[in-house]
Design a binder for this molecule. Sequence first.
Ligand code: NAD
Length: 269
Amino acid sequence: MVKLLVTGGLGFIGSNFINYWHSNHPKDYIVNVDKLTYAANFDNINEPNIDNYRFVKADINDRKVMEEVISASDTVINFAAESHVDTSIVSPEEFLKSNYMGVFNIPELVRKYDKRFHQVSTDEVYGSLSLNALDRFDENSCYNPENPYSSTKASADLLVRSYANTYGIKATITNCSNNFGPNQHPEKLIPKTILNALSNQRIPIYGSGKQVRDRIYVEDHCRALDLIIHNGRIGETYLVSAENKMSNIDVVNRILGILDKRGNLIEHV
Ligand SMILES: NC(=O)c1ccc[n+]([C@@H]2O[C@H](COP(=O)([O-])OP(=O)(O)OC[C@H]3O[C@@H](n4cnc5c(N)ncnc54)[C@H](O)[C@@H]3O)[C@@H](O)[C@H]2O)c1
């Protein structure tokens, strides 16, 4: 039995990860630490009452709680973050506190107790490519964060890498592309489009909507994390993608087509 500490496990990807892990590694014990921001939802966990699951309400900035839970676990996987880019542009401070300052506790304690650590990060740390670019990001691409959200995630990645380099902590990092699937907060493009279309409300699209994103089904991301937690090379950074590129406007039009709704619901903002 492996004792897994999951942080931010009531949010979108963290909850999918816990549900995935319960199904695929039913003997493992999971402790889920979450601060309960607006993005958290208890209903996201399929089996909250089983014996090998425990929820702890805490901020990853809380050193005392983090010390208790990390010292009692084998592996720590960090999903806890403020994750909405738009909000980071309006009020970045919480992003710095959760995505960077809070993360500091984890490599520190993982080092003290000699635990395995995986940091979940985003491809947004690499910035953007021009629409007709043929090249693509890889593990050696330079970081070029373009908004406060991605800058805090990039900073945390660098902190984790520095701890692996300086203290030899047993850490890996993944930078994954845009996830979609169950439990995603309605502030994000796909759920927002579905919900607004179903109630015939306007669907806001930034600019032309021609911005292209690589999108991965959240369970595929969880499978990649499983593989890396079990077989990843310590100190390595892995980029996770489904090679499934689509523009925002194409995604929205496809959803409207499936729901038999009209394109005049789209509002370019
Ligand atoms: N959503 C994506 O497409 C995507 C892609 C790649 C990487 N990521 C990364 O995956 C992780 C999870 O993303 P998500 O979309 O599930 O986010 P989310 O906003 O849905 O969930 C984040 C969870 O973390 C919790 N949390 C926030 N700050 C906390 C703190 N200080 N202490 C404890 N808990 C805290 C929230 O309550 C919430 O339950 C993030 O680190 C994000 O950067 C997301």
